[in-house]
Design a protein around this ligand. Structure first.
Ligand SMILES: [Zn+2]
Length: 316
């Protein structure tokens, strides 16, 4: 699991709070001088100003103080969480926390409703964020994200057996040409870490790909986007069931591309998938050339992000 969303940066003062969440414990500061509970984390008590605060574990019992439902992602990174229920909850100790509600339908949410904490796991490093849900919900089941980063390719046994076509069978080869695309491939997530790795590899570290802060402010896409070339090469990670297998050749060569276009951007954090069709079969004395039209889309988008007319040369 990777996470492309902006993450809290613990400071010396707030670190116990974040460390507590990792251990699924909610720690809040209480003043040793006047017993007042303080949140957010700080050096001094907001009531008596004493610098004598102790971290104490609380059970997280809370009520809903206020909320709003956001239907447009504040950042492209949050598109997978829409609609988001942003909330201010009040702990039994009286402190209020900015958070979001999970596992609740919009019509179940009421100001003043009792809530319990959800220690939501957000990355593979064990970082957790504090969210809340209704007291009648199964908080433990809400700790893991609903969507995984990558879905496995369908197991070979689930796919129908590929039709075998001999390289010398010209009629069968020509019958592969179709307007019909294959089924969608498995899904791959294009996160900032992958984009950064590609920037380093290719030397293309233009800010529109690598600087999320600047891209948020200045890019027409509201955030960083993947390099078109990166999205193109990720086609290798997407398994497509084309339904045929060519046999009877000695060598298979990636001969390049007849057409390569990047019609739509892929924002960082997007889930992409691909499909393909056989566009053309050319048989010549040099060999047999199969042109596959591969298109890659952000999941749910009609407009492709990559169109690649890939030419494969088979030598007998
Ligand atoms: Zn105090």
């Amino acid at each position: 699991m990777s996470n492309n969303k902006p993450m809290p940066v613990p400071t010396q003062i707030s670190a116990p709070f974040w460390e507590g969440l990792k251990a699924r414990r909610l720690l809040i500061q209480q003043c040793n001088a006047c017993d007042h509970w303080n949140f957010y984390p700080r050096r001094h008590c907001t009531v008596c100003l004493e610098h004598d605060l102790a971290w104490r574990e609380v059970d997280g019992a809370a009520t809903l103080y206020s909320y709003t439902v956001t239907r447009i992602a504040t950042l492209p990174d949050f598109m997978d969480e829409m609609p988001q229920k942003l909330a201010v909850v009040e702990l039994a100790q009286g402190v209020r926390i900015n958070t979001n509600l999970v596992g609740l339908a919009e019509d179940e949410i009421r100001i003043g409703m009792p809530l319990q904490p959800v220690f939501a796991e957000v990355d593979a490093k064990g970082n957790r964020l504090l969210r809340f849900t209704g007291v009648d919900k199964d908080a433990a089941s809400l700790e893991l994200p609903p969507a995984q980063d990558s879905e496995p390719a369908p197991a070979a046994s689930e796919q129908p057996a590929a039709r075998q076509i001999d390289l010398n069978d010209e009629a069968a080869l020509q019958s592969l040409v179709s307007e019909q695309y294959s089924d969608w491939s498995n899904v791959v997530v294009v996160d900032q870490a992958l984009i950064d790795a590609f920037a380093q590899l290719s030397g293309d570290d233009y800010w529109i790909h690598t600087d999320p802060e600047r891209a948020r402010l200045q890019s027409p896409f509201g955030g960083t986007i993947a390099h078109g070339a990166l999205v193109q090469v990720l086609q290798s990670r997407m398994k497509m069931a084309l339904g045929f297998e060519i046999t009877g050749f000695s060598t298979q060569i990636n001969y390049g591309s007849d057409r390569l276009r990047f019609p739509a951007p892929v924002p960082a954090g997007s889930r992409i998938h691909s499909r393909a069709r056989v566009k053309k079969v050319d048989i010549s004395s040099r060999g047999t050339q199969l042109t596959l039209e591969l298109t890659t889309h952000v999941v749910g988008q009609d407009r492709p992000s990559v169109i690649n007319d890939l030419v494969i040369l088979y030598l007998a």
